[in-house]
Design a binder for this molecule. Structure first.
Ligand SMILES: Nc1ncnc2c1ncn2[C@@H]1O[C@H](COP(=O)(O)OP(=O)(O)O)[C@@H](O)[C@H]1O
Ligand SMILES: [Mg+2]
Length: 487
């Protein structure tokens, strides 16, 4: 990564001066005893301020060593001495082949550990390391329509970006500054709009095995959602899948109102970790300008695997199924950053891989507890060609009741009960042991469920307005009651 000229110049000037430290404050801050004889507390600098993350480098006034040296290189991990910098600081390792950036991920035994964002080739013991003092990464509306990597560099071949820069490791907004969730976010996918109606500012998980139709469904949602813009984070996918998603699932029209951040599986773990932090910051920033943002992350599991890789390399102990504590620390922080904000909203959908249909792996478990709902894709439905393979009985939106008119909520409930009643007697029906007339609920369920299933089935290019979905559902449920009323 290139560092801004100002930074580079400032650094070389300092290094030339041979001091190895930033110019110290010339006068020590004086603390006076006030009228009551009390020493007022000295204000602590805000986190990150010492790195000038929000300032021009010239604004720095605190003593700071600028160069450390590499003492360890192991895989994508680098240990260094001579610099004491906090976790999260971006560093530049000046190797013989190229300069590589890395993030401080741990401090152990007096040594600072970095996770590299590029190749370790050319780094040896004694290689110099310094903080990048960058001004963060590209943010803002200029990113719409672009495909970028985890460091904010365009990868769509459409020229350089003219964007504002800002921090990507933002704090979680305080609970009471968030606006209330009041409005629905129709996504144009009938089974979701009817059975797991999303709210603006809601965060849901999309739980599924591989190849069940997650990417296709996310593409449909990105095209059909009633939102101002879409931020899509693709973490850990194979390169081929990324291209397919952009060209086939998302399509050119939806891409114009979307920012896509890509960190494919071949990239270093820390790059994949950073991609989600960065994409989250882009969504937060767009929402802070008053927009309703839809945030799609595929996949959160691959992010967790990348964070685990970084954690294990930095010496963290493996705890739940090999996942390290930093994974469980990072997930709630990241998932809390989306949601309603002071001026706009970030509605987020995170895909979670459930391999071998194990819905209880530690990541799925943790995520389910944090989010306000889950959409479950069922491989059996996919095998039956019932796409999108959402299981309406296992999926739930905890906020549907807050955003749907009571009439539509009642319709969705009746439809769900009808499906459940039909499901309960399905085995009996299949072996011919069910006698129609024994259970009125089951009879109603069996009568309407084929039409509900048909409503849920949807072509990839179809987008249905939510009112139309509920109108069809009303009709389906009414038809059976009319039939039942006839002698
Ligand atoms: N709505 C749909 N209609 C028809 N086929 C679908 C649909 N969604 C998914 N598929 C099929 O499932 C395959 C895998 O979908 P994909 O979205 O790539 O899954 P995942 O992202 O979960 O691995 C697709 O190639 C397609 O054949
Ligand atoms: Mg996929």
């Amino acid at each position: 990564m290139t560092i801004p000229h100002t930074t580079r110049d400032t650094m070389s000037a300092l290094e030339r001066a041979g001091s190895g430290v930033w110019p110290a404050r010339t006068s020590t801050p004086t603390v006076k005893v006030n009228d009551h004889g009390v020493v007022p507390p000295v204000e602590a600098p805000s986190p990150g301020a010492h790195l000038g993350l929000d300032d021009e480098p010239q604004g720095l006034k605190i003593a700071l060593p600028v160069v450390g040296t590499v003492t360890l290189v192991r895989g994508m991990e680098v240990g260094l001495r001579g610099l004491r910098l906090p976790v999260g600081t971006a560093m530049e390792v000046v190797g013989t082949v190229q300069s590589v950036t890395g993030d401080v991920v741990a401090v152990a035994d007096g040594e600072t550990r970095l996770a590299l964002l590029g190749e370790a080739t050319g780094i040896s013991g004694g290689t110099r390391v310094r903080p990048t003092l960058g001004n963060g990464q590209a943010l803002g509306g200029e990113l719409l329509g672009r495909v970028i990597d985890a460091l904010g560099r365009p990868i769509d071949g459409r020229g350089p970006l003219q964007a504002r820069h800002g921090r990507i490791d933002r704090p979680v907004p305080p609970a009471l500054t968030r606006r209330r969730i009041t409005k629905a976010m129709p996504v144009g996918v009938r089974v979701i709009d009817a059975f797991t109606t999303l709210a603006r500012g809601q965060r849901v998980g999309l739980f599924a095995g591989s190849g069940v139709g997650k990417s296709t469904l996310l593409g449909m949602i990105a095209r059909g959602a009633e939102t101002d813009c879409v931020v899509i984070c693709l973490v850990g996918e194979r390169g081929r899948e990324v291209r397919e998603f952009l060209e086939d699932d998302l399509g050119a029209d939806a891409a114009r109102r979307a920012v896509v951040v890509v960190a494919s599986s071949d990239q270093p773990a820390q790059v994949r970790v950073r991609a989600l932090h960065y994409a989250t910051a882009i969504a937060e920033d767009l929402a802070d300008q008053g927009r309703d943002v839809l945030f799609l992350c595929d996949s959160l599991t691959r992010f967790a695997l990348a964070q685990r890789e970084v954690g294990l390399a930095a010496g963290e102990p493996p705890t739940a199924r090999g996942f390290t504590p930093s994974v469980f620390a990072a997930l709630p922080r990241l998932l809390e950053r989306t949601g309603p904000r002071e001026s706009g909203t970030v509605t987020a959908i995170y895909t979670v891989l459930v391999e071998g249909d194990d819905h209880n792996d530690p990541i799925a478990d943790t995520v389910r507890g944090i989010l306000d709902g889950h959409i479950v894709l069922d491989r059996r439905l996919a095998h039956l060609g019932r796409y999108p393979a959402v299981d309406p009985l296992l999926s739930i939106s905890r906020l549907a009741a807050k955003v749907l008119p009571s009439s539509q909520l009642a319709l969705a409930d009746s439809a769900r009960r009808a499906l459940a009643a039909a499901e309960a007697v399905r085995d009996l029906v299949e072996v011919g042991a069910y006698q129609p007339g024994t259970n009125p609920d089951a009879d109603h369920g069996l009568a309407v469920s084929p039409n509900i299933v048909e409503l849920c089935r949807q072509g990839i290019d179809e987008i249905t307005p939510i009112n139309e979905t509920f109108a069809t559902l009303t009709q389906i449920l009414r038809e059976d009651s009319v039939k039942a009323a006839q002698p």
